[in-house]
Design a protein around this ligand. Structure first.
Ligand SMILES: O=C(O)C(=O)C[C@H](O)C(=O)CO
Ligand SMILES: [Zn+2]
Length: 276
């Protein structure tokens, strides 16, 4: 499994586009009939994706985990962003359709993924972090997720934030996961931006139309940089960094965090006027 190391904010100030991409962008995650995971040193969060088309794909036990099985000391959040699919966990089958979320706790031994129709395959996005206790497996459909409206059409940031795994939702050790859907005509996510020194975060962009891009902004508030991100690409955000995007069209993205607490609202807001 590829490993991504952490970056110091002072070093980041010297980074050019290529190095920002190398250190933070996770691309090539979604490949036909493959599971692809990256082990990040941001709270040891593993970010991955599996796109089962013709085959049922198992969650393999990577050697760098030095574990008997993937979830021996970890928990896992799964969100499907494409066609209908199923996750089989220790013999039980869970239907996980577009925008549904399945949480699997520490100790689940055998996990595999399949699509219902290979002509419209599922794409499961995965977020896994270390777990110290067992929390129950739980499926939450998109209709059941807590929804918060944010932004407005006037400022091109009208969106709905859907929360699945968080303090008042699916219970976990440290995973916090949800997704945000931008309204047509709105392009800005997480603007005004924020940081949260107590949690890392990863964004995975999806439902971005062919030929469009999201300009993802990161860095400390007074030293921001951007990279242009495609559909099905993820980007990690260190605790010192803003994480905000401006698209050339509307799109959706999954956000996932791990760290000190499960409190979604534990953020330090940054005023737009203070951005540089
Ligand atoms: O659109 C937004 O604003 C978000 O979705 C923000 C993320 O949920 C986030 O950054 C949580 O810390
Ligand atoms: Zn955040």
């Amino acid at each position: 499994m590829k490993i991504l190391h952490s970056v110091h904010p002072e070093d980041f100030k010297n980074y050019q586009t290529d190095l920002v991409r190398e250190r933070f962008l996770l691309n090539g995650l979604v490949k036909t009939d493959e599971l692809n995971c990256v082990y990040t040193h941001y709270d040891r969060m593993i970010v991955g994706a599996v796109n089962p088309v013709e085959k049922t794909i198992p969650l393999e036990n990577y050697t760098n985990l030095r574990a008997d099985f993937f979830l021996q000391r970890r928990e896992l959040g799964i969100i499907n962003v494409a066609g209908d699919g199923e996750v089989i966990a220790d013999g039980k089958t869970y239907p996980v359709n577009k925008l549904d979320c399945l949480y699997l706790g520490k100790g689940v031994k055998e996990v595999s993924f399949r699509s219902i129709d290979s002509a419209s395959p599922a794409v499961f996005y995965l977020l896994s972090c270390p777990a110290h206790a067992v929390y129950s497996t739980r499926l939450m459909t998109n209709a059941e997720a807590a929804k918060v409206k944010a932004g407005s059409g006037e400022t091109a940031n009208e969106r709905v934030i859907n929360k699945y795994i968080h303090a008042e939702g699916i219970q976990s050790c440290q995973l916090v996961v949800g997704l945000t859907v931008l309204a047509p005509g709105s392009v800005w996510n997480t603007m005004p931006p924020h940081v949260h020194d107590r949690r890392m975060e990863a964004y995975f962009y999806f439902d971005l139309a062919e030929g469009q891009k999201v300009f993802h902004y990161m860095g400390e508030a007074d030293n921001t940089k951007h990279i242009a991100v495609d559909n099905y690409e993820a980007i990690v955000s260190p605790p010192w960094s803003i994480h905000s995007g401006g698209g050339t069209s509307n799109y959706s993205f999954i956000w996932g965090m791990a760290g000190e607490n499960l409190d979604y609202s534990d953020m330090d807001a940054i005023a737009i006027k203070d951005l540089k």
